[in-house]
Design a protein around this ligand. Structure first.
Ligand code: M6R
Length: 605
């Protein structure tokens, strides 16, 4: 999704803006631009494609020089990726960058055309720039106060006003925006913490319709009417190394390898004296909940599916799992004693946030499982369980998924215990095995080279299937998503028992089938399903626990998981599945960290 940065200070802001934008590249974008006050005038530079194109263009044409400016990476929504549609956009004396979507932009455009404005781009953003410009006499805040109430939709804006070359303005509604507090003589604006982490880890989170006036020496936050607002300084505990590749070829590979640490960080603080200790009195809520509604998107939703299998089987509490984009519009039945469990790495996904608000508006309690501290979902939910994965930069989610699973296990064990479904011994055994998981993940990570070799045999595939039963089926959905999103191989996850109800017609000679067979009580049935696809010529990559008897003709390749109980298999199988997807994509020459058309944080519907 789009990224915003802003800088005012002593440095040449062109360099700072480009550097800060480079830290947001992971979010996904298709053009970039900056606006800088140069000799009191706003100079705009833009380029389609990578940030590097903009940098090279400015090197050829002469880099803007100034101490105050804004920058943007655009992920196209209204209008194709092009020079003209790139941000910044301008009115006569106002230039801005925007994240979000303006819903009534056609209406605003007609109004402004009636006032003599001419539009260059197809974007919704240009209407906001011109609307603010229309109201801008000599007072920026007054212009914002008149213009923004007319704007419907979501926006985070960083704005330059001619006449004020030493300040920038930031304002937001729905889309996130922070103001970075520099160490004397400089300040920043950004849509995401990694953009400014090199310069400062102190920041203000802007709330709805708060306006920040940012100069080199100070930051003043007010409401639109100019009433001062006292802000609480936040400190990000992500260090700068977390946003660097640290010797790995890609962020995705680095993040796969960070999973043992992320897992420990997420579970260890919550297991004390042999029991799970959730923060904020969550136990009472868990005890009371009659039904759980897990709502999320993409990978986070897949974590919810595994959670459903765990919670229903261990705690006997019914769990519905919904895609947030469906949940919010399908008029779900929510009862007073239900608990909505909202899962999101970024904490900013537009549909997930809307689902949370829907649940709250219907009076049910909400628990957010979120990675980004202070994100919108974390702030708005009644209860939060943070996952401690650290920043996830690669678009394809890996470590964030594993720690979401970790929290699902904790929830299942705790619910099971609180509901009297798990006795003390079973509870203690589960916790012991959970705490042993990071070591097993480390063991699996050491197989990365072997999986890279194996990937050679699968990388030419055009289609692939992932099959499994029970928890294996739940997990296979994430394995399949990982492969398709980064390698562009079409893949589908199927419940193994469902194949012969239609899809088996697609199984032909040579088609790869990744078969997860870790659930021992379903093993015989699963092996029969594998034989069915083998009989039709499928090339099978089988996953099972060490010690499973596999006859030589059952699979072309086998990945063995370190011994453990069936229940924990998803936490192990996911690692080779991620590595498999990674190595295939890398060998196919794909842009692993920034797959086409995708964005890290999906802040539009
Ligand atoms: O930030 P969120 O967890 O709310 O994001 C939801 C999905 O967009 C996300 O999980 C997406 O499916 C993954 N990045 C894919 O790897």
């Amino acid at each position: 999704m789009c990224g915003i940065v802003g800088y005012v200070g002593r440095e040449n802001c062109t360099d700072v803006l480009i550097d800060a934008l480079s830290k947001l590249e992971y979010r996904g974008y298709d053009s970039a631009g900056i606006a800088v006050f140069e000799n009191g005038k706003i100079r705009v530079e833009k380029a389609k494609g990578r940030l590097q194109n903009l940098d090279e263009k400015m090197n050829l044409e002469g880099r803007p020089f100034g101490n105050c400016g804004i920058g943007h990476t655009r992920w196209a929504t209204h209008g194709e990726p092009s020079h003209i549609n790139s941000h910044p956009h301008s009115g006569r004396r106002v230039t801005l960058v925007h994240n979000g979507i303006i819903e009534n932009y056609m209406e605003l455009k007609a109004f402004l055309e009636g006032k003599g404005y001419h539009f260059e781009s197809q974007t919704d953003t240009e209407t906001v720039a011109k609307l603010i410009d229309y109201y801008y006499q000599d007072d920026p805040l007054e212009a914002l106060n008149k213009a923004l109430p007319q704007v419907r939709g979501a926006y985070a804006l960083a704005i330059l006003f001619e006449g004020f070359p030493d300040r920038l303005y930031a304002v937001r509604k729905e889309s996130p925006l922070i103001v970075g507090l520099g160490c004397g003589g400089e300040n920043f604006v950004a849509s995401d913490i990694p953009a400014i982490l090199k310069y400062t880890n102190r920041y203000y989170l802007l709330e709805q319709d708060e306006v920040a006036l940012v100069t080199a020496g100070q930051v003043v936050v007010t409401d639109l009417a100019g009433n001062p607002i006292e802000k609480q300084e936040q400190v990000a505990d992500w260090d700068i190394d977390a946003a660097e590749k640290g010797g790995f070829a890609h962020f995705m590979l680095k993040e796969i390898h960070e999973q043992p640490k992320a897992f420990r960080n997420t579970i260890s603080p919550r297991i004390r004296d042999g029991a799970i200790q959730f923060e904020n009195g969550l136990d009472d809520v868990l005890r009371a909940a009659k039904r759980l509604h897990v709502v999320a998107c993409g990978t986070a939703m897949h974590a919810g599916i595994v959670g459903k299998y765990l919670i229903e089987s261990l705690a006997r509490v019914p769990v519905d799992v919904d895609l947030a984009s469906e949940f919010r519009y399908r008029n779900p039945i929510l009862e007073k004693e239900d608990l909505a469990v909202i899962i999101s790495q970024s904490g900013e996904t537009a549909d997930t946030l809307a689902a949370l608000r829907l649940a709250k508006s219907q009076g049910i309690r909400t628990l957010a499982i979120v990675n980004v501290v202070g994100s919108s979902i974390a702030r708005e939910a009644d209860y939060v369980l943070y996952t401690w994965a650290g920043p996830e930069i690669a678009v394809a989610s890996t470590k964030a998924y594993t720690v979401q699973l970790a929290v699902m296990y904790l929830l299942a064990f705790q619910l099971g215990r609180l509901r009297g479904q798990l006795d003390e011994a079973a509870y203690a055994n589960y916790l012991t095995e959970l705490m042993q998981t990071p070591e097993k993940i480390e063991k699996l990570l050491s197989q990365s080279g072997a999986i890279a070799n194996l990937a050679v045999d699968y990388r030419e595939a055009q289609n692939m299937f992932f099959i499994g039963r029970g928890l294996d089926y739940a997990l296979s959905q994430e394995g399949s998503l990982k492969l398709k999103e980064i390698s562009y191989i079409y893949s589908e996850a199927y419940a193994a028992g469902e194949l012969k109800h239609g899809t088996i017609s697609l199984i032909v000679e040579g088609i790869p089938v990744v078969a997860l067979a870790t659930q021992r009580d379903l093993l015989e049935k699963m092996i029969s399903n594998v034989r069915e696809v083998r009989a039709r010529g499928a090339k099978v990559l089988l996953f099972c626990f060490e010690g499973t008897q596999v006859s030589a003709d059952l699979a072309n390749h086998v990945i063995y998981l370190p011994q453990g109980s069936d229940l924990f298999a998803p936490l192990l199988s996911i690692v080779p599945l991620q590595l498999f997807a990674y190595h295939i994509a890398e060998q196919r020459g794909c842009d692993v960290d920034k797959p086409r058309n995708l964005a890290k944080s999906v802040t539009v519907e």
